[in-house]
Every structure is written in C-alpha cells, then in structure tokens.
Design a binder for this molecule. Sequence first.
Ligand code: NAP
Length: 318
Amino acid sequence: MPDNVRNVIIVGSGCSGLTAAIYAARANLSPVVIDGHEPGGQLAITTLVENFPGFPEGIQGPELIDNMRMQAARFGAEFMPGHVVSVDLSRKAADGSKKPLEVNLGRESLLSRTLILASGASARWLGLPNEQALIGHGVSSCATCDGFFFSGKEIAVIGGGDSAMEEALFLTRFATKVTIIHRRNEFRASKIMLDRARKNEKIEFLTDTVVDDVLDASKKEVTGLRLRNLKTGEQWDLPSSAMFLGIGHTPNAQFVGDQLARDGDGYLIASEHVCSRAPGVFISGDVADRRYRQAVTAAGTGCMAALEAEKYLEQIGK
Ligand code: NAP
C-alpha cells in the first residue's frame, strides 16, 4: 500500500473517539482524529459530570474532554478539522485485492487501513414551523452554550429525560422561572435527577402537553410557546423568552449510507463487540449506543475499538 495510507482514522473527537485515540497513539499507530462538526462531542457542551470514575467532586465536561485531547496528543495523535461527507469501505483493486478504506472530507480524501467510527449523536429538534428560523434567537439545544443570554427571563425546556432535567436545573442559575414541558405524565429521567428538578423552586412542570409552535418569528425572537394539552385538547400561549430542547439525539451515521448495518433510527449495529461487518471498520460510542449513552461507556467502547484495530493491523501484517 502507498505511504499516504494511515493506520487508523478516527471519525469523531468526543469521549469515545479520544479514548480510541489515546489507545491507538500509545500503540504507536499514529491515529488521525477527524474533529467533526461538534468537536469534543456532548461532553464539550455539558456542565458538571459527576459520574465519570476518578473525580470524586465531579469535573466540568469541557475540562474532561480537553484533558483527553491533550492525553491523546501527548502520545502522537493528530487532529484534523472538518467532517466526513462519505466513506468507501469496499474498494477493490482490478485483481480483486482489497484497497484501503477511503474517507471523503469534501475538500480532500484520506486513505486508511482501519477506521473507527465514533461520530456520536446530535441533539434532536421538534420540527415546528418556526423552530429553525428562531435557532440562535431563543431556540437552543444547548443550555450550557446559551443559558447565560436569558438571565432574569422565563424559559421553557422540552422533554422528560435526564437531558431535560439537567438543562432545566442548569438554567435556574439564570432564569427567574423554568417550565419543563413534557408530552406524557411519566418520565424517563432517573429518579435522582427528577427529584432534584421537583425540589427546585424555580422549576414548574407541565405534563401531557406538546408544543405546536414557537413564537414569534416575525420579531426574530422567542416571545412564547403555543402549547396544547393532549388530554383536553386545550391550546394556549405560554410567555417565554427561550425554548431549550432536551428530547434526545440522532446518530451521526448518514455518511456511512447502507454500507454498514443500521437500525430503524440510524444507529450503527456491530456484528460482534465493536467490529462492523466491513473488515477493518470498528464502531464505538453513541453512534451505536441507544441504551447506555454514558461518557464512561463511550470511553469503554472507544478503547475496545482501538484494541480491535491494533489486532486487525497485526493480522494483515502492518
Ligand atoms: P431520552 O432519555 O431519550 O429522553 C428524551 C425525552 O424527550 C423523553 O422524555 C421523550 O418523551 C422526549 N421526546 C422525544 N421526542 C420528542 C418529541 N418529538 N416531542 C416531545 N418530546 C419528545 O434522552 P436524554 O434525556 O437525552 O437522555 C439520553 C441518555 O443520556 C439517557 O440514558 C440519560 O440517562 C443519559 N443522560 C444522563 C445525564 C446525567 O446523568 N447527568 C444527563 C443527560 C443524559 P417520551 O418519554 O414520551 O418518549
């Protein structure tokens, strides 16, 4: 194979990709990490992480991810900005022999013997008529990034999982009132997070309620939410200066197309452990995990993917 063929390319620079980079770099495989459109992944936009082992007082998400990045760089991992447009996992030479895997970044293509797909999952939107027009003007999926702009204001948070509880709790630092709007009366959130939100005097809950639209696109700012009670059908407008989404995530695996197995929501499916059905291609972290989705599990599968890549390279004699 020509010299420009890398040993390991890691798609994604979140917790999983960086853990894979630390392991691959320490194994002298000189991995290249493609940053992606959300460098650092979800930890980069969260606040205090209390459940990552080794930090008895917790650690800020961005600090944890910066540490991982420095750790990978120390052992020789290379970082490349940009995001992957497509991959070709089945290139063959004229004689039928396997050619290196190709990663298309739009402006250029890279070749590699192995690929670790750790591209994570991105925040979901509701798909309301005026939602996209108001992103950056009061509609947000990142409380950590945008909460500060709504100091002294009333804010709404959508969702009934841990993300919604975490966002709502964080936003009470700035807002005078936070209303959590959830489409059911039961919550997916863990008991500890739900209890914390319920005990917070600034947080109110509206259940069995959906958002029909966010107002007011003509003013280029959020002034309120048009809500509907699913049980009574009643519709009303709730004054609010912002709407924060905490309704889950979509896996970033579109660039793979149908070359690998994916489930109905697009999550990648491994054939065995972290090995995909394409030789030399390994998958780790939230892009393949709809069940656990924790920083520590993403790190764990990132480690596994790097170890499998190392083993594969040994097998093909590289
Ligand atoms: P999630 O658990 O899947 O919850 C998503 C919530 O959004 C659900 O309540 C869901 O309602 C609601 N939802 C989804 N689509 C909707 C729509 N179109 N309209 C209205 N509501 C909608 O996602 P998550 O909260 O992001 O959590 C993901 C994982 O990360 C979980 O394992 C969680 O424990 C973990 N996490 C942990 C922490 C922490 O420990 N600090 C923080 C954040 C996340 P239904 O319930 O009706 O489906």
